[in-house]
Design a protein around this ligand. Structure first.
Ligand code: NCD
Length: 303
């Protein structure tokens, strides 16, 4: 794997190797602290980010790489002077050994990869995909459940524009016996193209419109915020809110996940619940991204 653009590129073996590597890095960080010593990596972010950019930057520093960064590239890079993404990449690749790109355009990472001679990592592009979020989501599930086959997962909230959801459902199809319950906000349901694609790969998809239709023993509730920045119409969408009362309807083994940031779709009163693992997810992101970077640079030795 040279670039990491989509969860379509993942295999079960690769995922298992990354989980294992992430655990090793967590347990023996000093063994990995020099592994990218001679590398310079760029983070190029055209959209806001806290977790993705800072966890990647921390991951890079902890692996010994040096960093160059444009955190507000929409206003502060040559994009503001009319430069297209291909030219920006053609230039930046002369300064570094890999680029982590976040962009508002669904195809930006793919476009970048077409012209890049160095690895491009998709840090979230438009409403399309956010594959490195999926790595940490699956790593979190794996650490808590110790299995991936036979999982039942409810995806909630904005399933239409939520890129984390798109990457996640794609990747889940690598496992056996997966069932997904889709509880989308009205008019923000999972698009037919995704539903058909995952069904064709063997996932059972159940669209639902209330918590009562989700089995009490569900393994994971994956809540998401409304992607307001991608919605042009002035509709007031009715939120699906998870509070203590909702959590009391689910089993003691049901994990509550969220890619974050949250607005008010998970009440803060739930944070104390041991089943709420969204802050654990963010921390796992550091190790999952360290594992991915190690894998990419080892695979592309000589880049
Ligand atoms: C997500 C994103 O940017 O898509 N955030 C993240 O990277 N953890 C989710 C979101 O913004 O809602």
């Amino acid at each position: 794997m040279k670039h990491f653009i989509s969860t379509e590129q993942l295999s079960r073996e690769l995922l298992e190797r990354l989980f294992c590597l992430a655990d090793q890095i967590r347990n023996h960080p000093w063994k990995y602290s020099e592994i990218l010593r001679h590398k310079v990596v760029a983070t190029l972010f055209f959209e806001p980010s806290t977790r993705t950019r800072l966890s990647f930057e921390s991951a890079l520093q902890r692996l010994g790489a040096k960093l160059i960064s444009s955190e507000n590239a929409k206003e502060m890079s040559s994009f503001a002077k009319g430069e297209n993404i291909r030219d920006t990449i053609r230039v930046i690749q002369g300064y570094c050994d890999a680029i982590i790109l976040r962009h508002y355009d669904n195809n930006a990472a793919r476009e970048a990869a077409k012209v890049a001679r160095i690895p491009i990592i998709n840090g979230g592009c438009g409403s399309g995909e956010h594959p490195t979020q999926t790595l940490l989501d699956l790593y979190t599930i794996y650490r808590n459940k110790k299995r991936m086959d036979g999982l039942k997962i409810a995806i909630l909230g904005d399933l239409k524009f939520g890129r984390t959801v798109h990457s996640l459902v794609n990747a889940l199809s690598l496992f056996q016996g997966i069932e997904i319950y889709g509880y989308g906000i009205k008019n923000l349901d999972l698009q037919t193209e995704y539903v058909s694609s995952i069904q064709s790969k063997g996932i059972k998809y159940h669209p639902v419109s209330s918590f009562e239709e989700i089995p009490e023993s569900i393994d994971v509730l994956y809540q998401t915020r409304i992607q307001k920045e991608r919605i042009t119409e002035s509709t007031n969408f009715s939120y699906i809110i998870i509070d203590r009362k909702i959590m009391s309807c689910f089993s003691i083994d049901t994990l509550l996940m969220h890619p974050l940031p949250r607005n008010d779709e998970i009440s803060e009163e739930v944070d104390e619940d041991p089943r709420a693992v969204y802050f654990e997810q963010t921390e796992n992101g550091l190790y999952a991204r360290m594992a991915l970077l190690t894998e990419i640079f080892t695979e592309n030795e000589g880049w």
